[in-house]
Design a protein around this ligand. Structure first.
Ligand code: SF4
Length: 934
């Protein structure tokens, strides 16, 4: 092994900031452009950084960015509030103790070499993330496939869009999204399938909504749940889960039977139409039977089919509701079949358009960061491509076969076949299906490295070595959004502590293993140039073998990379470069990259797209007597993934504070559970405690729960512990949308609330949720057995929660006979904690109590009310927050409704709600319409 001198030099530096005296120029700020950290819309963000100390003063939508044109959603507008997060991993840790970077990297390299020598390359696995920047992704994929010699690198993008990747490869010959966001505005009909666009891709929803208001776009939502997106739907098809493929098979039959095909397009540019139609007929040829199977009225099906057939400018978009299925790939192909049959691919306002979940899932696909890919859209099973990439990388050894997909990878970890696991930027112990089993597998792995920016998560707890990674605002590189648009994510701040770029950590390990020349990067631009050059390998821009082509960017100077403008691939010469930086004499001109395949030439060898014959599909597991409900997991409006960032912003938490289970009223009655009470949800895989939200918008027989809460914030409420690990056989994507479960009452004998500044540890409880608030933390707790001594129990738990050695004075009120107690804890004259135990329900006064703990010193009147159950006059009882920007509660909006402000516009004017990012407007509209469940 070649020893490489450890260099502590920091990579990914923030842009230089001038030292300016406040006395001379008090308000000097540098405006910078970057991209959002969250979803696949990939919004551009303008950031003001104060020159003197590099502080970020504010963020706003980049008016010039083609993804959002100035818009941001609630999550994006709060990004600056996540900078300086308290719970950061600041130094490397080895077996829980702080370590030096060199020590940690040496240990990782030594272990990698030993495992590879003793057990072979396939005993090593990497699990990475769609949150990584392309440059990070590129380096880790190159290292694993080219130098470890295994294809065991998979990513949480497997959970997000793997089915679409395979479907697009099958249909188009390459994983290419043919359309672009503008198509959503040019279309006369937008069909949203399995996508709560309003909450999961909010800025695209706003673009669709604005276009609808401008030009009357019709919108069809196909989703088992009546989500907020239905607020703009002309038609909502609340189909039974798992019947999407049949629905689109039925549509294909309808198109064929009603003369709505583009026969010339089919003849000239496709293959396989006859087989696909035959399969569709045998699956869904009878519309009456199809309607019964989908659980919708025949008239609704006919209305949708007619609308699709008669609207040439139709865009169909889909997301996790389609992808996360044991038949996800077929579902996507069933959709694409209908677009091929009507010639609506890659044309303005007429295309299939997959909406990717993660900010850089597309970038990960570009570099080949999945176990089933090689690099730069080349196939791992293609020997010629492997040889070419090996030469390009000067690689040691390339795997000839696919590696393990996410679920299989962790099964191999569990069986002990994988002995070295490196997890980067993700939390598989929570996010994978059958999560308890995955957690136990990681806990039992011989050697686990975790790179993350947070100090604690369910996976980090099992790391032998933890490496501090840069977070958004510190990272420097590129991301690619759902419309193939590459944007720069720029460093705004110095990294926290000793945090490093992920590419740097991996390259340092590679160098320690002797691959110094191949991993001799000093900055992100070096990696991007190499990535761009690889995309051009054997790929003639004039007659491309692969649409993914960044060859024109392979010679960007550092300055041009720094100034890179958002650009779609395939990259047009000079399109990406701002004036003054454009390279002269570009060699090859290519047509617009906004849309692909509009000319009918696809990437299969014969240039034709493929219809795929879609057979009948059923979800992998069916309901039965002991598991009578279907669980569908979902995402919340203001939260992202496992809440590590958005969960730290109080105004993003208040829309939904605790893990919930949406249930139809009839189902709740059938299960014997009440709105707001805790229910025990069980599946064949695991168990979770969730708060019931009785919701008539939920389909009867199906329940739905957000996937965000981890065991570190809600130990008994990890929803993915329930989810079956059935996967799509083509894509390996798990079926998060269909797990049979049972729901039963979980009678809480007592509920408690703790409000503290920073908890040292969590109370002992059967149900617990940690909620970040401004200046304090609230712990909502429930117990199966009420403590014999309410006050004694509260004191014992507070002793766990409060700082050790705190000299505290207690104020106590107890009604032991009714199982109630309240306790205020003072250090000197300062209130440092409040706790209360009572028979049930969350007190309506927690926000007032939080204010007291934040302020510390109390007025006499406040002390007088402190230990009562009452809210002082003039204080507002807690109510769910609807508008995150202006923190407007549902109660305030209902009050305004009662005062006569009955339209959305009037409510917005009266309360300000919805007047900034607009993400809450669909819910305000439902409220104004008096919709049930709103
Ligand atoms: S829609 Fe929201 S979360 Fe998604 S990229 Fe834009 S601002 Fe970020």
């Amino acid at each position: 092994m070649a020893g490489d001198a450890f260099s502590p030099a920091r990579e990914g530096k923030p842009l230089p900031v001038a030292a300016v005296s406040d006395a001379v120029a008090p308000a000097l700020v540098t405006p910078l452009k970057t991209a959002c950290a969250y979803c696949g819309v990939g919004c551009g963000i303008d950031v003001d950084v104060k020159d003197r100390d590099g502080r970020v003063l504010g963020v706003r939508g980049d008016a010039e960015h083609p993804a959002n044109f100035g818009r941001l959603c609630s999550k994006g507008t709060a990004l600056n509030e996540t900078l300086g997060m308290a719970d950061r991993l600041l130094r490397p840790r080895i077996n829980g103790r702080d370590a030096f970077w060199g020590e940690a990297l040496d240990a990782i390299a030594a272990k990698l070499a030993q495992v590879r020598r003793d057990h072979g390359p396939d005993a090593i696995a990497f699990y990475v993330s769609g949150q990584l920047l392309t440059e990070d992704y590129y380096v880790v994929n190159k290292f694993v496939k080219g130098f470890i010699g295994t294809a065991n690198i998979d990513t949480n993008s497997r959970l997000c869009m793997a089915s679409t990747v395979v479907a697009q490869q099958r249909a188009f010959g390459e994983d290419v999204v043919p359309g672009c966001y503008e198509d959503l505005e040019l279309a006369d009909l937008v069909v949203l399938v399995g996508s709560n666009t309003t909450w999961c891709h909010p800025v695209l929803f706003q673009r669709i909504k604005a276009a609808r208001e401008r030009r009357g776009t019709r919108v069809v939502v196909i989703d088992p749940r009546r989500t907020a997106t239905c607020g703009i739907a002309d038609l909502h098809l609340a189909i039974r889960p798992g019947t999407d493929a049949a629905l689109f098979n039925g549509l294909l039959c309808w198109l064929a039977d009603h003369g709505a095909l583009d026969a010339s397009f089919i003849a000239m540019h496709t293959a396989g139409y006859g087989g696909a139609l035959d399969a569709a007929r045998s699956d869904a040829g009878d519309i009456d039977r199809l309607a019964a199977r989908c659980g919708v009225a025949v008239s609704e099906l006919r209305a949708f089919f007619r609308l699709f057939a008669n609207t040439p400018k139709t865009v169909t978009s889909w997301s996790q509701g389609v992808n996360q299925s044991s038949g996800g790939t077929d579902k996507v192909n069933a959709i694409i079949n209908c677009h091929l049959a009507t010639g609506r691919v890659g044309k303005p306002g007429a295309s299939p358009l997959s909406l990717t979940g993660q900010p850089n899932a597309m970038g990960g696909r570009e570099v080949g960061g999945l176990a089933t890919q090689l690099a730069a859209h080349m196939g791992i099973e293609d020997a010629a491509a492997r040889a070419a990439v090996a030469r390009f990388w000067q690689a040691r050894e390339m795997p000839a076969a696919r590696g393990l997909k996410a679920v299989d990878l962790f099964e191999a970890v569990r069986r002990g076949e994988v002995k070295f696991l490196w997890v980067i930027g993700t939390n598989p112990a929570t996010s994978l299906p059958h999560a308890d089993r995955v957690r136990d597998a990681i806990a039992g792995c011989e050697f686990v490295v975790v790179s993350d920016c947070v100090g604690d998560n369910d996976t980090l707890r099992h790391a032998h070595i933890a490496l501090p990674a840069m977070a958004w605002g510190e990272k420097d590189g590129t991301v690619t959004n759902s419309e193939r648009r590459i944007s720069r994510q720029r460093a705004l701040l110095a990294p926290a502590g000793e945090a490093k770029a992920d590419w740097w950590s991996v390259a340092q390990v590679a160098r320690r293993l002797g691959f110094t020349a191949q991993f001799n990067y000093t900055k992100a631009a070096d990696i991007f140039r190499e990535h761009a050059a690889l995309s051009a390998l054997g790929n003639d821009l004039g007659k491309p073998r692969r649409q993914f082509h960044l060859g024109e960017l392979a010679t960007l100077t550092d300055a041009a990379y720094e100034a890179l403008q958002p650009v779609q691939w395939p990259v047009r010469p000079a399109a990406a470069l701002p004036a003054g930086l454009a390279r002269q004499g570009a060699k090859v001109a290519v047509p617009s990259s906004a849309r692909l395949f509009g000319d009918g030439r696809f990437m299969h060898g014969d240039g034709r797209a493929r219809f795929i014959a879609i057979a009948a599909h059923r979800p992998a597991n069916s309901v039965r007597d002991d598991f009578p409900f279907v669980l569908n997991t979902n995402r919340l409006r203001d939260q992202w993934h496992t809440m590590t960032r958005t969960g730290a912003v109080p105004r993003l938490v208040r829309h939904c504070e605790q893990p919930v289970l949406d249930m139809h009223p009839e189902d709740a009655a059938r299960a014997g559970v009440q709105d707001g009470a805790i229910a025990e949800v069980r599946s064949a895989q695991g168990r979770a405690l969730l708060r019931v939200a009785v919701n008539p918008a939920q389909r009867a027989g199906e329940v739905s729960a957000p996937m965000h809460w981890t065991r570190t914030v809600a130990p008994a409420s990890c929803v993915n512990a329930l989810v079956n690990a059935a996967c799509d056989p083509q894509s390996g994507q798990p079926e998060f949308k269909h797990t049979p479960v049972q729901v039963s009452p979980w009678p809480a004998a007592a509920e408690a609330v703790f409000i503290v500044r920073v908890p040292r540890a969590l109370p002992e409880a059967d149900y617990l949720v940690r909620i970040s608030e401004s200046g304090c933390t609230r712990l909502q707790v429930a117990l199966a057995v009420a403590p014999a001594s309410p006050a004694g129990w509260l004191q014992a738990q507070l002793a766990r929660v409060l700082p050790e050695g705190l000299a505290a004075r207690w104020l106590l009120r107890e009604d032991a006979a009714r199982g109630r107690a309240a306790l205020a804890c003072f250090a000197g004259e300062e209130l440092v904690a409040f706790a209360a135990l009572q028979a049930g329900g969350a007190p309506a006064r927690v926000q007032w109590l939080q204010k007291l703990v934040r302020q510390g010193v109390l007025a006499d009147a406040e002390r007088a009310w402190l230990l009562t159950d009452l809210l002082p006059p003039g204080e507002t009882p807690c109510s769910r927050q609807l508008c995150a920007c202006f923190q407007v509660s549902e109660k305030t909006l209902r009050d305004a409704l009662r005062e006569g402000f009955t339209t959305v516009d009037a409510l917005v004017q009266r309360t300000q709600a919805g007047s900034k990012c607009g993400t809450c407007l669909p819910e305000i509209a439902l409220l104004a319409a008096g919709a049930p469940g709103s």
